[in-house]
Structure formats: C-alpha cells, structure tokens
Design a protein around this ligand. Structure first.
Ligand code: COA
Length: 140
C-alpha cells in the first residue's frame, strides 16, 4: 500500500493536541540511551471506561523482529499495572498481524473476540484482547 508523503506530519498533528489534553501518552523508541533517531513509537490511551483500544505501536521495518516492541510493550505494561494501578488493558490488532498477535500472547492477553474494524489500509477483521494485571504478573 502507498504511504502518504506527509504521514509523519499527519501523525504529529493528530497526536500532539491529544497528548496536551491528557488523552494519550506517546513514547519515542530511539536507538541507544542518548539516541535521537526515532525508529518507532508506543502509545497508551487514557482509560475512559468505554474504549477497548488502549495501546498502539509501530516500529521501522528495518528494526522489526529484534524483540524491540516486546521490550517496549513490557515496559509500558509495567507502568500501567504497577504505577497507574490499572487492572486490565484492552488491546486490538488486525487478525492477520502476526507480530502484534504474538506480543499480546506473550504478555498473557486473552483473545476475547474478532470483530469488523477500520484500518489505515481499509476494513478488515480486528482481534480484541484483554490483558489483566493478574495474567501479566503470572507470566513474569
Ligand atoms: C507489530 C510490530 C510492532 C512488532 O514489532 P517487533 O519489534 O517486530 O516485534 P518483536 O520483535 O518484539 O516480535 C514479537 C514476536 O512476534 C514475532 N513476529 C514479529 N513480526 C513477525 C512477522 N512478520 N512474522 C512472524 N512473526 C513475527 C517475533 O518473532 C516475536 O515472537 P517470538 O518472541 O515468539 O519469537 C511491527 O511489526 C510493526 O511495527 N508493524 C507495523 C505496524 C503495526 O502493525 N503496528 C501494530 C498495530 S496493532
């Protein structure tokens, strides 16, 4: 699928106001402790009690399949359960997104249902997962 030439700009235009409003946290994934080269992001959306889509992430294809998003997801999940005190996270992904499915499985998430969803690439089936603090702690 063709990528928009202004994708980064669109992302920032959408993200910065919602961060300022306290609706989401977005962490940059960079190379090394002092790195300033952005290779990905992971975000946490505020829990309004209704949304069942609390987390999003992506990483540059050149850096995929190195365990980096597993590491980032673990750190953010620790923040959610240990610092924020949430008891569960709702998570989604396209059903055929093998890497995203696998990260959820490894964290101890339970597949709840598959429902129609809208994606950047169009419509398709979406997997809905629930990760409880208990299940996550049991996997550590
Ligand atoms: C999904 C995504 C974030 C995974 O990031 P990543 O850093 O490559 O993930 P990891 O390296 O931590 O891999 C996690 C697991 O998935 C597996 N995996 C990742 N990509 C895979 C692929 N394309 N095919 C098969 N397995 C894959 C890894 O082998 C690993 O499993 P293991 O620990 O059992 O070996 C990354 O592929 C991505 O950014 N994709 C594009 C955007 C996207 O889909 N975002 C998620 C939307 S819900």
């Amino acid at each position: 699928m063709a990528q928009p030439s202004d994708g980064a700009q669109q992302f920032l235009a959408m993200t910065l106001p919602s961060m300022a409003a306290g609706e989401r946290c977005v962490w940059a994934i960079t190379l090394g402790q002092d790195g300033d080269e952005l290779i990905g992001i992971i975000e946490l959306r505020a829990d309004d009690g209704v949304s069942r889509d609390h987390r999003g992430f992506w990483i540059d294809p050149a850096f995929q399949r190195r365990g980096l998003m597993t590491e980032a997801a673990e750190r953010v999940t620790q923040f959610v359960f240990e610092d924020l005190g949430w008891t569960r996270l709702w998570l989604t992904n396209a059903v055929d997104n093998i890497g995203s499915n696998r990260i959820k499985e490894k964290q101890g998430a339970e597949l709840i249902e598959q429902i129609p969803g809208d994606f950047v690439s169009g419509t398709g089936m979406k997997a809905l997962w629930r990760l409880t603090r208990e299940a996550w702690l049991a996997r550590r």
